[in-house]
Design a protein around this ligand. Structure first.
Ligand SMILES: NC(=O)c1ccc[n+]([C@@H]2O[C@H](COP(=O)([O-])OP(=O)(O)OC[C@H]3O[C@@H](n4cnc5c(N)ncnc54)[C@H](OP(=O)(O)O)[C@@H]3O)[C@@H](O)[C@H]2O)c1
Length: 251
């Protein structure tokens, strides 16, 4: 039986790449998207073209009050499309960055980061846990910036640090149901993230590339296939880990 993965923020960037990589590995995908239904529909069409099943469901991970209704919608889709009451893999990918020094960070920016990257991850896992099959997996996206520091990312990195702690606690509490939970920490990757700062700012791109053992910044294709392989049965004994996927940035 094919595994079903739900990926937040799967309409573009690393979420989209992960969704397509999972489909190429033989998995089905629930493409959760915040607002861009057209992009999400394109991802669904690409997954279907690969011979896998997919559905797009709207979800803003900062809207905690919407999670119970989202769980109901998800349950209906699982029954209708897969004839199941559960799914297998939750990938908490959705998120945004703020590139701003500590002295200029507003409370709204700080709260926005913690809502999306910490509270959203915590309460989405809580709301969806009854729907995750025993033996399932959770992947929480973190960042290389929790291990090394780069000026301007303090609030963002602090939120991701909280997610790494949360990952270990989830692994412990969900372990009795056979659910493995890991954090994947990409290094600098060329996406729209942070206004496309890694991709579009040549100075920052060169700086990060120069700090990276493999000599360049990352591309989405450096991340999605890794997550798909982490979710394969070969990696079933890996849990409570922070796995950095950075090409050896700042080692
Ligand atoms: N790129 C990097 O260098 C890098 C490095 C380390 C970690 N990461 C992490 O990797 C993950 C994906 O980043 P990315 O590079 O793919 O960024 P991206 O290209 O900017 O894409 C972000 C995705 O997250 C979605 N999203 C943002 N806020 C959301 C919300 N409140 N509810 C639902 N969806 C939301 C966006 O949806 P919309 O299209 O609606 O905006 C979009 O689909 C993030 O957790 C990020 O922190 C990225």
């Amino acid at each position: 039986m094919s595994k079903i993965a739900l990926i937040t923020g799967a309409n573009r960037g690393l979420g989209r790449n992960t969704a397509l990589s999972i489909a190429r590995h033989g998995g089905d995908v629930i493409v959760a998207y915040r607002g861009n239904a057209a992009q999400a529909g394109e991802v669904v069409a690409e997954i279907e073209a690969l011979g896998r099943k997919a559905v797009a469901l709207q979800l803003d991970v900062s809207e905690m009050a919407s999670f119970p209704a989202f769980a109901d919608t998800l349950r209906d889709s699982l029954r209708k499309i897969w004839g199941r009451d559960s799914f297998d893999h939750l990938v908490n990918n959705a998120g945004h960055g703020e590139f701003v020094p500590i002295g200029e960070t507003t409370e709204a920016q700080f709260d926005g980061l913690f809502d999306v990257h910490v509270k959203g991850v915590f309460f989405l896992a809580q709301a969806l846990l009854p729907l995750i099959a025993d033996g399932g997996r959770i992947v929480n996206f973190s960042t290389g910036l929790t291990r090394f520091s780069s000026p301007g990312f303090a609030a963002y990195a602090a939120a991701k640090g909280a997610v790494e702690t949360l990952t270990r606690y989830m692994a412990q509490e969900f372990g009795p149901r056979g659910i493995a939970v890991n954090a994947v920490a990409p290094g600098a990757i060329e996406t729209d993230f942070g206004g496309g700062i890694v991709r579009d700012n040549p100075d920052l791109n060169a700086k990060f590339a120069g700090l990276t053992a493999l000599g360049r910044v990352g591309l989405p294709d450096d991340i999605g296939p890794m997550v798909a392989s982490l979710l394969s049965d070969d990696n079933r004994w890996v849990t409570a880990q922070r796995i950095e996927v950075s090409g050896g940035q700042a080692i």
